[in-house]
Design a protein around this ligand. Sequence first.
Ligand code: TRP
Ligand code: ZN
Length: 464
Amino acid sequence: MTNRLFLTTAATVLAVSGLIGAAAPATPVGTKGAAGAGDPLLPLSGDGGLHVRHYALTLAYQPKAQHLDATAVLSATATQDLSGFDLDLAGLDVRRVTVDGAVVPFSRVGQKLQISLADTVADGADFTVTVDYGGTPHPIIDADGTSDGWTALPGARGAFVAGEPQGAMTWFPCNGHPVDKSTYDVTVTVPQGYTAVSNGVLRTQHTAAGRSTFSWHESAPMAAYLATASVGRFDVRQYWTGRLPVYTAVDPAEKNDADEVLDQLPAVIAWESSLFGPYPFDAAGAIVMHDKTIGYALETQTRPLYDEAPDLDTLVHETAHQWFGDSVTISRWRDIWLNEGFATYAEWMWDAAHGGATPHARLAQLYARPAADQLWAYPPADPGQLSRLFGVPSYARGAMALQELREAVGDQAFFAVLRQWTAAHRHGHGTTAQFEALSAAVSGKNLDALFATWLYSAGKPTKM
Ligand code: TRP
Ligand code: ZN
């Protein structure tokens, strides 16, 4: 998205303001589940030994003290015999952990909350983990200098809560890798006057004794990084578009700029549905904060989170992520172009449909950039390092790869591929190899050379 140009500035501001992430241990922590979910880009993230089916999070947040007090109830299933397992949790104090109601020992090692089980949980068995915890959450500073996680805004203005790629663990104990997807209930209590906005549908809201409680329900599987519970003094609007409930929460300081763009949300959803297939979730909306230091937006499931009033391209981008990233989720970070390349390509198509440059013209314009340009710094399907995850190639060269595909297979096959992709992997996961195979199957063409050039080869391809 367009705001990423400001990332360096944002990172500098966060660094000097003293916000730091939790120190990671030098070597992966041995676990009795699996040592991380096995992602080379974030080796500590997740635990391959369990699947969390549902998170029930009950949070109380005080914006002034920046204090969080919480209970997390995880309904989990063992995916191997377990004598213990690890959750991700960075910072915060854990008061008590129970498994199926019995208090169990735990320890904290870096970002891991290591939990021991009295009796082995057999592969396939369900169990319930309850964690009582609290403290002041701090965001993680990522390898590219940006920060993610629970970010308190100064002056008791609330909190910007975005978790990509690893910030979910700054506010709840989780199986933090996107390979695991779960449904959520998030209940947040804040001082009266504040609104806490999470994913999905608002089930109940009540105010008593100076405190307001908001209960949210996300019924579709969601990766932890897409969860939010952002807090602010928002201007809230609720309406229906067709059968879809829309909930927008906008910081009053951004209202003038935000309203005219957010008014387009139903049109953007309808237009993207016509290209990508039915909208995958049972709710929609937006959260618009007012903060110059964050520097990016995030496609939080059903309800994207913006650091400031988005421009229309950014709205189109984050909405496209609802299909590409949120419903169809990557199972390793290396495949990030499946998120960012597709969301960028959606912007190209929107612009073309509204009098702007054609995707072919965008491709040609980008191709004209010199070989030393950062556009060619790494192949989109092989970023290699975490610091490159949100670099230009993931976005622009990813979109170029899609335009190359479209020109090779024709519009009919290309749009069939997009729709079959979102249908076949709906509410699940997809890999680059699966996308390549689907493209070849639908078009009946051998696309190996095209993908080798546009997804995997280093440097600027010798021809467009
Ligand atoms: N996925 C976001 C988008 O493009 C961007 C994003 C999320 C990001 N987390 C980030 C960019 C961290 C840079 C750093 O919509
Ligand atoms: Zn994006």
